[in-house]
Design a binder for this molecule. Structure first.
Ligand code: BMA
Length: 374
């Protein structure tokens, strides 16, 4: 009896396994499938370290071949590279942070050849008003879904996203896999897709329409999809309130930024760890991948933030990657300075090196093409 139950269970799990080990896109390219599988395997061993716009610029420099603030401090590059395609939808040559799209493609393919993981965010123009992503205007999402009077405008935006993704190729003309993270931080109210103007069902429809259009209409098969909230949730129920479905999501993630004084107050660290436990459990139950898609402490004004705060928040979790946000440096328009990774000479440099040497933090030299894409 026991034996036959075990046998049935075994056959059952064998039958289930292929589906479980496949991304939401059943026509995903070989390298995309391998990325998905390998990210799962990697989460058992360590956490890939990522940085937004790492190769393009840093604090006090721009477009110097081979340069990276992460490399200047640690001697090594990140393992995950975040890029941003906002303004692609309005045919600009540079993104909303002035990174030229043609250079971005070069950075992406050079990182990919070394096994680097690529993730892309999209602070897209509001298709209804033509203003920025930070334009939470009522009725936007209704107007861009099928039947809405801005549906064609939105589809034209997605056509450009599809062209960009399909233009990412290696030197053998194979498509480069990308973790696409559209409509991020939707549990806040600052973006046009956010919860101030977009109800839960509408958000789900927007996400589903986007995936189905890119995947099934435009035949884009080099994407894994990341569902991404802010830190405005406290348990699985609230995290999943706007979850669009297992068939359109591969990665469950959230964004969170440190504020306050972590030297005397560990509440951010404790909360971040709690929230990571929530998505870690969801990832295990749904057989998805968990990640901390954006994180940082602007200007890192606590010199032990890396080992004493961030690592304490993430170190015990099963996560594929963490991505630190961009080292913009001084932003003349806003008259403010923004960076999340130390540069040479910064007060948290030593601690970042300690963080780099921890066995669980994985950078470029810990990975290679075979490990990630084969
Ligand atoms: C924000 C800031 C902005 C930037 C935007 C999109 O968090 O870094 O300066 O324009 O992300 O990358």
């Amino acid at each position: 009896m026991k034996v036959s139950i075990l046998l049935v269970l075994n056959i059952f799990s064998v039958l289930l396994l292929p589906a479980q080990n496949f991304p939401s896109d059943h026509h995903a390219t070989e390298q995309t499938v391998q990325l998905y599988r390998n990210l799962k395997l990697i989460s058992d061993k360590g956490i890939l370290f990522g940085h937004q716009d790492d190769l393009a610029y840093g604090v006090n420099w721009k477009y110097q071949p081979g340069k990276s603030d992460v490399k200047d401090v640690t001697g090594d590059y990140p393992a995950v590279y975040g890029w941003e395609i906002g303004h692609l939808e309005i045919d600009a040559a540079v993104n909303l942070d002035s990174v030229p799209f043609d250079r971005m493609k070069e950075y992406i393919s050079s990182a990919y050849s070394k096994g680097g993981v690529i993730t892309i965010s999209w602070h897209g123009t509001n298709p209804m008003t033509g203003k920025t992503a930070w334009d939470p205007e009522n009725g936007t999402v209704e107007s861009i879904l099928p039947g809405g009077d801005k549906q064609e405008v939105f589809k034209a935006q997605l056509d450009k996203v599809a062209d960009f993704m399909l233009g990412l190729k290696d030197n053998k003309e194979a498509l480069i896999p990308v973790i696409f993270r559209p409509f991020h931080e939707h549990t806040g109210g600052w973006f046009w897709w956010g919860n101030k103007t977009t109800g839960n069902d509408l958000y789900k429809k927007l996400f589903r329409f986007t995936v189905q259009y890119l995947r099934d209409t435009k035949n884009v098969h080099n994407l894994l999809y990341a569902y991404n909230t802010g830190s405005e949730f406290n348990d699985a129920t609230t995290y999943l309130q706007r979850y669009p479905g297992d068939d359109v999501v591969d990665i469950v993630s959230f964004d969170t930024y440190q504020n306050g004084n972590p030297a005397i107050d560990s509440s951010w660290q404790v909360k971040t760890s709690q929230l990571l436990s929530v998505i870690e459990r969801i990832a295990a139950e749904k057989n998805k991948i968990a990640a901390l898609a954006e994180v940082g402490f602007n200007k890192i004004p606590y010199d032990q933030w890396w080992t004493n705060t961030l690592y304490k928040a993430i170190g015990s979790h099963k996560l594929a990657y963490v991505l630190l946000w961009r080292n913009a440096g001084y932003k003349a328009k806003e008259k403010e300075t923004e960076f999340y990774v130390p540069y040479k000479g910064h007060s948290s440099e030593l601690d970042f090196k300690k963080f780099y040497h921890l066995p669980k933090t994985l950078f470029q030299s810990d990975i290679n093409y075979k490990l990630i894409y084969k």
